[in-house]
Structures are given as structure tokens and as C-alpha cells.
Design a protein around this ligand. Structure first.
Ligand SMILES: [Zn+2]
Length: 128
């Protein structure tokens, strides 16, 4: 069985690959669309929405460079909140459990919060 941390690592790898395949950032929102840093090429994105300017700014703010930073930060959080096996089948978060008697069952809330971003269809049961 694949645990949540492993599923998250797979999802993070996928998000990273998608960002690396896109036109590198930084992206800029101009009147002609969202363009990459050299401003010489065709827009990497455009919109004709009612909130055209705001949407372009939003797209530019979420360029591949931003996504790669976000994925790297989420990967560090997943690594810190790695489940560890304690007493047979019981798993707890090695970071959220304090080592002085408080045992936070894995996957912890931090791991489940990251999963809500990358694995939104995953049934994580009742919130704890
Ligand atoms: Zn944790």
C-alpha cells in the first residue's frame, strides 16, 4: 500500500515536471498577454475575460518559477512530516509527535493539508 507521503511525492514530481516543461519564468502581465522574461516571443498566455488585467497578473504570478518554489517548499514539509512506525502497525508523524508522550497519528494535519492541494479527490476521512 502506498502511503500518503508517497502519493504526495508522486504528485509533487508531476507538478514539478509540468512546471519545468513550460516556458521558464519570470512571466510578466502586459496588455498583449502574459509574456516570458525576454518579451520578444508570443505571449505564453492570454485571456479575454471580464477581468482580463487581473487574470493576466494572476497567471504571471503563478509562473513556472513560482510553482517550482512552491513544490520545493511542499516537498520539504512532506519530508519533515514523514510517518514513522511505532509499536507495530501504528504510525505517527515524526515532527508533530513530541517525543514526550504526545503521539500525532500519521498522516498528520500538515500532510493532509498539503494533500488537499495535490490530491483533492483523495478521501482523507474526518478532519482530526
Ligand atoms: Zn506532522
Amino acid at each position: 500500500m502506498t502511503d500518503l507521503a508517497d502519493q504526495l511525492r508522486t504528485a509533487l514530481d508531476r507538478a514539478e515536471a509540468t512546471a519545468r516543461a513550460a516556458t521558464p519564468g519570470p512571466w510578466h502581465a502586459l496588455d498583449g498577454g502574459v509574456v516570458d522574461d525576454d518579451h520578444e516571443q508570443w505571449p505564453v498566455a492570454d485571456t479575454d475575460s471580464k477581468r482580463n488585467r487581473e487574470d493576466r497578473v494572476f497567471i504571471a504570478a503563478n509562473d513556472p518559477a513560482h510553482v517550482l518554489l512552491t513544490v520545493a517548499a511542499h516537498r520539504r514539509i512532506v519530508d519533515r512530516h514523514q510517518p514513522q512506525q511505532v509499536n507495530g502497525d501504528y504510525h505517527e508523524c515524526r515532527t508533530c509527535s513530541d517525543g514526550y508522550g504526545y503521539h500525532d497519528p500519521a498522516p498528520c494535519a500538515d500532510l493532509r493539508d498539503i494533500a488537499s492541494i495535490y490530491l483533492p479527490d483523495l478521501d482523507q476521512g474526518e478532519p482530526r
